[in-house]
Write a protein that binds this ligand. Structure first.
Ligand code: ADP
Ligand code: MG
Length: 254
C-alpha cells in the first residue's frame, strides 16, 4: 500500500506508476501541492511532465497509485473509488494546454460559459456574469463576441485560462502554456498567471520560462526519466542543484 497524505495538501498523488504498453513512463512518483502553492515542473522532453499533469486531473489514469483532493481519496490502487470521482477530478483540477483547445465555432464568451452551463448546470445569466468577470480579469472585455480564429495566440491562451477558471477549480494545471506563442505574446500570458499566483490560486505549471519560475514558483520540481529527481525552492534548484542531470538541463534552458 502506498501512503496517503491526508493533511495540508490540495492535491496529492502517491506511488503513481504509469505505463504505455511496456514503456514505464512514471516510476513510483509521489507528488503533491499545498493550497495556494505554485509548483513549476521542469525536465527534459520525454521525462513524463505532461503525463504527470494528465494524471493530476484524470485525463490519464495510472495503473497504480493513489490520488486525494484535500485529503479525500478519489483514486486508490490505480482505481477510481467511484466512477463519478473522475468528474470530480476533472472539475476540481482545471487544465490549460499548449495548444489552447478553444472551441473554434463558439464565441469567446461561449467558450467560457459552456462548461459551467453543461457540467455545472449553471443558469445562463449566472454563467455569463462569471464569464464576463473572468474575461475582464484576463484583459479581454473587448473580445467577448470575437471568434477564436480572430484572436492572437496570446489572447486565445488568456481565453483558455478564463475558461478553466470558470469551473472554479481548486487546482489549475498548465502544460507549456506559452510554448506555442510568438515571443512577443508570451509576456501577456505570464502576466495573467502571475496575477493568479498572487490571488492565491494553486497551480502546477510545466514551463521552460525560467525567469517566470524564479519569480513565481514556491517550489521547482525536476523530473527526469519518469521520476522526480529533485525539488526545492527556485533558488536551490537554479543556483545549487544536487544532480548533474539538473545542471545539464538548466544549461539548455537558461
Ligand atoms: P514530457 O511532457 O516531459 O515531454 P511526456 O509525459 O509527454 O513527457 O512523455 C513521457 C514519455 O511517455 C515519452 O517517452 C513519451 O513518448 C511517452 N508517451 C506520452 N504519451 C504517450 C501516449 N499517449 N502513448 C504512448 N507513449 C506516450
Ligand atoms: Mg510535455
Amino acid at each position: 500500500m502506498s501512503k496517503i497524505e491526508p493533511h495540508n495538501s490540495a492535491l496529492s498523488l502517491s506511488g503513481i506508476q504509469k505505463y504505455y504498453d511496456d514503456h514505464h513512463v512514471l516510476k513510483s512518483v509521489d507528488f503533491s501541492v499545498k493550497p495556494g502553492e505554485v509548483v513549476v515542473l521542469i525536465g527534459p522532453s520525454g521525462s513524463g511532465k505532461s503525463t504527470l499533469l494528465r494524471c493530476c486531473n484524470g485525463l490519464e489514469i495510472a495503473q497504480e497509485g493513489d490520488i486525494t483532493i484535500f485529503g479525500q481519496p478519489l483514486v486508490a490502487g490505480g482505481k477510481l473509488i467511484e466512477d463519478r470521482e473522475l468528474n470530480r477530478l476533472r472539475e476540481d483540477v482545471g487544465m490549460v494546454f499548449q495548444s489552447f483547445n478553444l472551441f473554434p465555432h463558439l464565441s469567446v464568451l461561449e467558450n467560457v460559459c459552456v462548461a459551467p452551463l453543461t457540467l455545472k448546470k449553471a443558469t445562463r445569466p449566472k454563467a455569463e456574469k462569471l464569464a464576463k468577470e473572468l474575461l475582464a480579469k484576463v484583459g479581454l472585455s473587448d473580445k467577448i463576441d470575437a471568434m477564436p480564429g480572430n484572436l492572437s495566440g496570446g489572447q486565445k491562451q488568456r481565453v483558455a485560462i478564463a475558461r478553466a477558471l470558470a469551473m472554479t477549480p481548486s487546482v489549475l494545471l498548465f502544460d507549456e502554456p506559452t510554448s506555442a506563442l510568438d515571443p512577443e505574446l508570451v509576456g501577456e500570458v505570464l502576466q495573467v498567471m502571475k496575477m493568479l499566483a498572487k490571488d492565491g490560486m494553486t497551480m502546477i505549471i510545466v514551463t521552460h520560462e525560467m525567469n517566470f519560475a524564479r519569480d513565481v514558483a514556491d517550489r521547482v520540481v525536476m523530473m527526469d526519466n519518469g521520476t522526480i529527481l529533485e525539488e526545492g525552492t527556485p533558488e536551490q534548484i537554479f543556483k545549487s542543484p544536487t544532480h548533474a542531470r539538473t545542471q545539464e538541463f538548466l544549461q539548455t534552458v537558461f
